[in-house]
Design a protein around this ligand. Structure first.
Ligand code: COA
Length: 276
């Protein structure tokens, strides 16, 4: 895929870290149908891209994402059922289906505004680090609409019920520090340190066994909706699957280094991988 042909999205690489950048800064990276279509293609392309060890989702300019484009995604599609249907499919496909199951670790690097629909991709990412100065808000109530398109679902699953109701019914906005306090994100740092903090986390993840990371993220997401018995059985099956899928035999190697070679303490860091 030729990333240079993209208009609403940019892709930049730094070592094994791939930055996917929503690129409509003049519209605060509000999500247009074109942005949705491009993101579907980008995420499909990067999923099995060997250079991508960790994906970082961020925004160009002063905004992370100002939600759906009210003009291009809503008003202009109101009377175009076919276009609306295709845009909605793409919107759901990248922000939930492709991103939440992306086979590598994903980090939301929230550099500025994060409103409304942007909460879906925020929760679809495995990690979230924001600038202290970023502004978050469930502004739907101020538009006379509800937090739809999965926003209502991700906030009740991911926040305390009290916070989900508070912020969606008041529309109050809050900064990165507050977002960290209510556990919407992992942490916030001053804007000048945001990229370095994100790269540090990405580099830590890039050193670990990729198949292990993939299986951990897949299984943690899925067991949330399972009964205890189902989860126990599923996790056992995943553990067995991993031994088959892990081309670097991490489990056996870690045991060898700990038990036989006595060169490694799992509580103190990762085992020595051949690749690393
Ligand atoms: N949809 C469509 N256009 C949007 C947009 C959105 N969600 N968010 C911002 N824009 C556009 C503005 O209309 C403006 O366009 P213009 O230059 O053609 O007039 C441009 O982006 C810049 O926005 P502006 O409001 O001037 O920037 P700001 O920095 O003063 O404020 C926000 C930024 C994000 C606080 C403000 O734009 C806003 O409240 N946007 C709506 C956010 C929202 O509620 N999203 C959820 C939708 S459900």
């Amino acid at each position: 895929m030729d990333f240079d042909k993209l208009q609403a999205v940019k892709v930049e690489r730094q070592g094994g870290i791939t930055f996917v950048i929503l690129n409509r800064p003049e519209k605060r990276n509000a999500m247009s149908p074109q942005l949705h279509f491009e993101m579907v293609e980008v995420l499909k392309e990067l999923a099995e891209d060997e250079e991508t060890k960790v994906l970082v989702l961020t925004g160009a300019g002063e905004s992370w994402c100002a939600g759906q484009d009210i003009k291009l995604f809503f008003r202009e599609l109101d009377d175009k059922p076919k276009e609306r249907h295709l845009a909605r499919l793409a919107n759901h496909e990248w922000r939930w289906t492709l991103l939440s199951s992306f086979p590598k670790p994903t980090i939301a690097m929230v550099n500025g505004y994060c409103f409304g629909g942007a909460f879906v991709q925020l929760f679809a990412c495995d990690f979230a680090i924001a600038a202290d100065e970023a502004q978050f808000g469930l502004s739907e109530v101020n538009w006379g609409i509800l937090p739809g398109g999965l926003v209502g679902k991700v906030i009740v699953d991911g926040l305390s019920y009290r916070d989900a109701v508070w912020y969606s019914m008041t529309g109050d906005s809050f900064d990165g520090k507050k977002a960290a306090e209510i556990k919407l994100i992992n942490k916030s740092v001053p804007a000048v340190d945001l990229r370095a903090a994100t790269v540090e986390l990405a580099e830590t993840l890039a050193r670990k066994n990729p198949q292990t990371l993939r299986t951990i993220k897949e299984s943690l997401r899925l067991v949330r909706g399972m009964s205890v018995d189902q989860a126990a059985d599923y996790l056992l099956a995943k553990e067995r699957e991993m031994r088959f899928m892990d081309t670097e035999s991490g489990r056996a190697e870690a045991m060898k280094q700990f038990l036989d070679d006595k060169t490694y303490r799992p509580g103190m860091g990762e085992y020595q991988r051949e690749e690393s």
